[in-house]
Each structure stands twice: as structure tokens, then as C-alpha cells.
Design a protein around this ligand. Structure first.
Ligand code: SAH
Ligand code: SF4
Length: 392
């Protein structure tokens, strides 16, 4: 069944995604933003300032290095490019970044930005440092709002405004690197603070696959940002038809927002389950390419008091994921004003983790990070809109 369902469904999802396309990446004065273009499109764009295609390809290679390896935003500082060409580039192009509307640091080192894009839309980006080592993850948003309505998620209360463009997605990471002065890109596995990307911010990345894929290809390019695919994790609520493409084409790590082990409950918590129920979702996980003991699939499980946190739930979880190289991230529910759920008590979370661990799966309990800066995804954008409405 899945073999026939997947291509047709994938085509339908992509057509729908195009309806929420981002606006063109062009400044009000007509200059085009180069960030987010794949190499071939970058060369094509540069034709307006070049004599021929050969020169455009050469310039694209130079610019790629300056933009994505050096993090340079100013054509006048590109020392390998002659002055007259620098001026022509500046006449036609910009190297953009989203604008930080707010920049908050939590006492635990978590840092959260609300970024505003060219058309005034906003999305959140969070930096989460590793507790033990000098590295950390940048959590990127893929959409403004979300079409899905997971009951415990604050972004789920915001309707989808639009998809983010590739430049806006990779631009969040580049702006975070600006903030930590992490240019030029460290080589290979050299230590760096911003070592990982997780696509776990606002939105469902697999409902904006083309832009997410383009952004991640840029992030993985060895002559630029140079992050290994092992350091990128895409989190999905279970868009089954796109999981295969994600695995085959990008090969990044996969995280699946499970949250319930019976269809009846998952239908409620993650309404997408009505379309792609548990059996179908787990089948897609089993065939996800590259999953191995070294590269496990992460199952995310938000702990909701009295809803999904019983010992029976833990045992059923173990049965469901049997045979999948996996780890289970237990996330204490992060409450937000108006949410109907409570966080499970620490004792329930510990019991749950013990059962999962006894079955041989790593089962880290994610400690709540950045509580003091509303780090539950989606909250900052709402707070900003409220403040603006109040000020209007
Ligand atoms: N749309 C994707 C990625 C963004 S959500 C997805 O659903 O996987 C990233 C993770 O944060 C998901 O596992 C989501 O279920 C979880 N999450 C959302 N709201 C939360 C909250 N209030 N407390 C704890 N985790 C939450
Ligand atoms: Fe969307 Fe993910 Fe939130 Fe569900 S949990 S509403 S899919 S962002």
C-alpha cells in the first residue's frame, strides 16, 4: 500500500506547500538576496554582472566561499574580487540576514531570538548549549505557524502564515553564527559552539520540504558551513510520504514526535495521526535509510500528566519500536498560558524512563531549558504580536 500511496501523496503535499511559498528574496530597492540559492542558481543570478557563464561559475565559487565559509556580508571586504566587480555586485545583490527583534539569554545558557524577515513575518530560533561540552544545537523554524494542531503545542494554536524560504531557514543559523562570532567555518570536526542543527522550531519541516532541503544542502556543503549530516536532525510529527524522500535525499537524522502509543490517543494529541496512523508511521521509520545503532531514530515523547505517562504506555512504546535502532527523548511538557495539560511528575517520568531503558533503549529525560525566556516553541512570536497589538 505504501509504495503506491507515497509518490501521489508526496506530490499532493508539495503542491499544497507551494501555496504557502515565501515572497521573493528581493530588497525594496530591487537588489536580490544571494543567501539560500543553490550553487547553480547562484551562478545563474550572477550572469547579470558577468561576461559569460564561465565567469559566472567562477564568481559563484568565490562568493560561496565568502558567504558560507567566511560569513562575509559586505562585498567590499571580499579581497579576492577586484574593486569594480565588488561595486557591480553591491549594485545588484545583498547578502541578507533576518533581523533579530528580540535576543534573550536564559540563566542556563539557552539563547532565543525572534527573527523578523523581509515581509515582517517572524519566527523563533533557539540556541541550546550542551551541558558537558563546548558545543550545542541551533533549533531552526521551518514555517511561520503550522497547519497541524497538536494539542500540547503552542505553535499549533497559530495558523500557518507561510513557509520560510531556504535563505530564511539557513539564515537563522548564519545569524546565530554571527552572534557567536563563529566565522569562518571551523574545519572538519574542530570544536565549535554551534555544532548541530535541529529542525524543531516552529512549523512542520516536511510540509516545507523543498525549502528545508535546499537550506540543509547549503548547511552541509563542505566548502561553506560544512556541517556533517550526522549533526543535523529533522523532527517530524509524522508526514509519512515525505519521510522516505528526506532519508534518501538528505540522509539527516530523523526525530519523530510520537507522544502516544495508541491510535485513539495519538489521534487526539497529534491529529495528523488520523491520516498517517501509528502502524504506517513505524513502518516508515523501519525503512528509514541509514538508521543503525550508530545513527538512531529519536522518538520524542512529551510527558503529559495522567494522559500518556503510565507504565502501560511505556511498555507499549517498547513493543511498538521493537527492532528499530532508536532512542527515546522524554520531554517534560512545557506549559504555556491557556494550555490544558500539566507536566508529569518527576517520579512518573523516571519510572517511564526505567522501563524504556530496561528494554535496551537510551531514554534521556530532556531537562526543561530556558523556562525563563518562554523557550517552548511558538510562545515568543505570540508574545510579540500581543505587545504590538497593545502598542497599536
Ligand atoms: N513540527 C515538528 C517539529 C517542531 S515541534 C514536530 O512536531 O516534530 C518540536 C518538538 O517540540 C516536537 O516533538 C513537539 O511535539 C515538541 N513540543 C511542542 N510543544 C511542546 C511543549 N509545550 N512542551 C514540550 N514539547 C513540546
Ligand atoms: Fe506543528 Fe510540530 Fe507543533 Fe504539531 S508539534 S503543531 S506539528 S509545530
Amino acid at each position: 500500500m505504501t509504495a503506491t500511496l507515497t509518490p501521489a501523496e508526496a506530490a499532493r503535499i508539495e503542491a499544497k506547500s507551494a501555496l504557502f511559498a515565501p515572497p521573493p528574496a528581493v530588497e525594496p530597492d530591487g537588489r536580490r538576496d544571494l543567501v539560500g540559492l543553490p550553487r547553480d542558481q547562484l551562478a545563474e543570478a550572477l550572469l547579470v554582472v558577468c561576461a559569460d557563464e564561465r565567469e559566472a561559475r567562477l564568481r559563484a565559487k568565490q562568493l560561496w566561499h565568502w558567504i558560507y565559509h567566511q560569513g562575509c556580508r559586505d562585498f567590499a571586504r571580499m579581497s579576492t574580487i577586484a574593486k569594480p566587480m565588488q561595486a557591480r555586485l553591491a549594485d545588484h545583490f545583498v547578502i541578507g540576514r533576518p533581523e533579530a527583534r528580540t535576543d534573550q539569554r536564559s540563566a542556563d545558557g539557552t539563547r532565543k531570538w525572534l527573527f523578523r524577515f523581509r515581509d515582517g513575518q517572524e519566527a523563533e530560533t533557539v540556541y541550546i548549549p550542551d551541558r558537558e561540552e563546548d558545543r550545542g544545537s541551533v533549533c531552526l523554524s521551518s514555517q511561520v505557524g503550522c497547519t497541524l494542531t497538536c494539542r500540547f503545542c503552542h505553535t499549533g494554536t497559530q495558523t500557518l502564515v507561510r513557509n520560510l524560504g531556504a535563505g530564511e531557514i539557513v539564515g537563522q543559523f548564519m545569524a546565530a553564527r554571527d552572534a557567536y562570532g563563529e566565522w569562518p567555518s571551523p574545519k572538519g570536526e574542530a570544536p565549535r559552539l554551534l555544532s548541530n542543527i535541529v529542525l524543531m522550531g516552529m512549523g512542520e519541516p516536511l510540509y516545507n520540504y523543498e525549502n528545508v532541503a535546499q537550506a540543509m544542502r547549503i548547511a552541509m556543503d563542505g566548502e561553506g558551513i560544512g556541517l556533517s549530516r550526522r549533526r543535523i536532525t529533522l523532527s517530524t510529527s509524522g508526514v509519512v510520504p515525505m519521510m522516505d524522500r528526506c532519508g534518501a535525499e538528505l540522509g539527516v537524522n530523523l526525530a519523530v514526535s510520537l507522544h502516544a502509543v495508541r491510535d485513539e490517543l495519538r489521534d487526539e494529541l497529534v491529529p495528523l495521526n488520523r491520516k498517517y496512523p501509528l502502524a504506517m508511521l513505524l513502518e516508515a521509520c523501519r525503512r528509514y535509510p541509514g538508521a543503525s545503532n550508530a545513527r538512531r531514530i529519536t522518538f520524542e515523547y512529551v510527558m503529559l500528566k495522567g494522559v500518556n505517562d503510565s507504565e502501560a504506555d511505556a511498555r507499549e512504546l517498547v513493543r511498538l519500536i521493537h527492532g528499530i535502532p532508536a532512542k527515546v527523548n522524554l520531554i517534560p511538557f512545557n506549559p504555556w498560558p491557556g494550555s490544558r495539560f500539566e507536566t508529569s511528575p518527576a517520579s512518573a517520568i523516571r519510572r517511564f524512563a526505567e522501563i524504556v531503558m530496561a528494554a535496551g533503549y537510551a531514554s534521556p529525560i530532556r531537562s526543561p531549558r530556558g523556562r525563563d525566556i518562554l523557550a517552548a516553541c511558538g510562545q515568543l512570536r505570540t508574545a510579540s504580536q500581543r505587545a504590538r497589538r497593545a502598542a497599536a
